[in-house]
Design a binder for this molecule. Structure first.
Ligand SMILES: C[S@@+](CC[C@H](N)C(=O)[O-])C[C@H]1O[C@@H](n2cnc3c(N)ncnc32)[C@H](O)[C@@H]1O
Length: 366
């Protein structure tokens, strides 16, 4: 596949950025759930760092380059990057002796859309970090790095965002016109199909770009919400949460607070792919072997200590940018008050919904 088929490194979905800063409404203060999942992935990184991987790193110079794609503003990105560095260091010591210092220098690239709050990210970089830090602005659906320059790519809770919305969703003459909804969860089949088709194109672009950027034998760890094969969209927690947000907007439209037309034209640019859809994309690309593919032990919202209010704040930190862009900031407080109320009413459904976070460890073929 030619990389010219893929999107350039520009950012059509800029408004999907997380709430910046570090106040009570920020992503920093409202990403506990994602942080809990990252904790669970740590042993998988240890397993993936092999003697062979270290030998390759030595061969290609002593600087190990690690990129976090869709890093947002922390603190989760710092924890993930430290976990990778710790695993590499501990593997090196287990081979060469505990007293030996590693010969490696670490370079970490924090990458996200240009409108990500990189200022907050850079201001909160860990003081005792053992790596050089750089920011790389751009969409991960295009090329971000020189050929064969990365040893380890990491991306968590980012790859379910689409590069753009399928156009049919806004076309009143299309069967995929998404009237009265902002997502595909309980929409007609054509809507979900339009989303799935965009997901396919995006995954192809993502894998193509990473295949060019990773060194042979380089590793890529992806953590992404996924749908177990055969489970319907409406049983997935992530989708239920989005659907409830849509129903709040429709309720506000009925009360005359927002225009129904605005709800019709608002669609969330994210799609939870099935495990099969993800596997197929990797096969289509052909440059990676799947070293590990595992559904992570379920972290439910209650495991992560999230009440309806906490869940609502977490979703607000993620969605605020999109909602503000579409409906104006004036509706935010009222919308999320209503959302918290609806989460309380539906909490038994939410607690029992399917939570499936998939972790993939891919190796770039030589
Ligand atoms: C929910 S946050 C996850 C942040 C962090 N990885 C974590 O696990 O806490 C998703 C991030 O992905 C970024 N993102 C979404 N689509 C992107 C794209 N096409 N290119 C780069 N970043 C993207 C968003 O801007 C956002 O910062």
């Amino acid at each position: 596949m030619s990389s010219s088929l893929c999107y350039e490194s520009k950012t059509p979905m800029e408004e999907c950025i997380m709430s910046g800063g570090n106040d009570q409404l920020s992503y920093t203060k409202n990403s506990t759930y994602q942080g809990r999942v990252i904790e669970v992935t740590r042993p998988l990184i240890n397993e993936a760092i092999s003697e062979k991987f270290l030998a390759e790193c030595l061969l290609s110079g002593r600087t190990i380059c690690i990129a976090d794609l869709g890093c947002s503003i922390g603190p989760n990105t710092f924890i993930s990057m430290q976990n990778i560095i710790d695993s590499i260091t501990s593997m090196y010591k287990s081979i060469h002796g505990q007293n030996k210092t590693t010969p490696f220098t670490f370079q970490v690239f924090f990458s996200d859309h240009p409108s990500n709050d990189f200022n907050t990210l850079f201001k909160s970089l860990p003081q005792d970090r053992q790596y050089h830090a750089s920011g790389v602005p751009g969409s991960f659906y295009g090329r971000l790095f020189p050929p064969a320059s990365l040893h380890f790519v990491h991306s968590s809770f980012a790859l379910h965002w689409l590069s753009k919305l399928p156009e049919e969703l806004m076309d009143k003459n299309s069967l995929a016109w998404n009237k009265g909804r902002i997502d595909y969860t309980n929409a007609r089949e054509e809507v979900a199909e339009a989303y799935a088709s965009q997901r396919r194109k995006d995954l192809d672009c993502f894998l193509l770009a990473r295949a060019e950027e990773l060194v042979p034998q380089g590793l890529m760890m992806i953590v992404v919400p996924a749908r177990p094969n055969g489970v319907s969209h409406s049983h997935i927690l992530f989708n239920i949460l989005n659907d409830i947000l849509g129903s709040c907007l429709m309720e506000m439209a009925k009360r005359g607070i927002v225009r129904e037309e605005s709800v019709n034209s608002c669609n969330l640019p994210m799609y939870v792919a099935s495990i099969e859809e993800i596997e197929e994309a990797i096969k289509r690309n052909g440059s990676f072997s799947i070293e590990k593919m595992q559904i992570l032990p379920s972290v439910s919202t209650t495991d992560a200590g999230l009440s309806p209010q906490g869940t609502s704040s977490g979703i607000r930190a993620i969605m605020e940018g999109i909602i503000k862009e579409h409906f104006g900031f004036e509706i935010l407080d009222e919308l999320f008050e209503l959302y918290t109320k609806k989460l309380e009413e539906n909490y038994h459904n939410i607690v029992s919904a399917k939570v499936c976070n998939l972790v993939l460890m891919l190796k770039r073929n030589s």
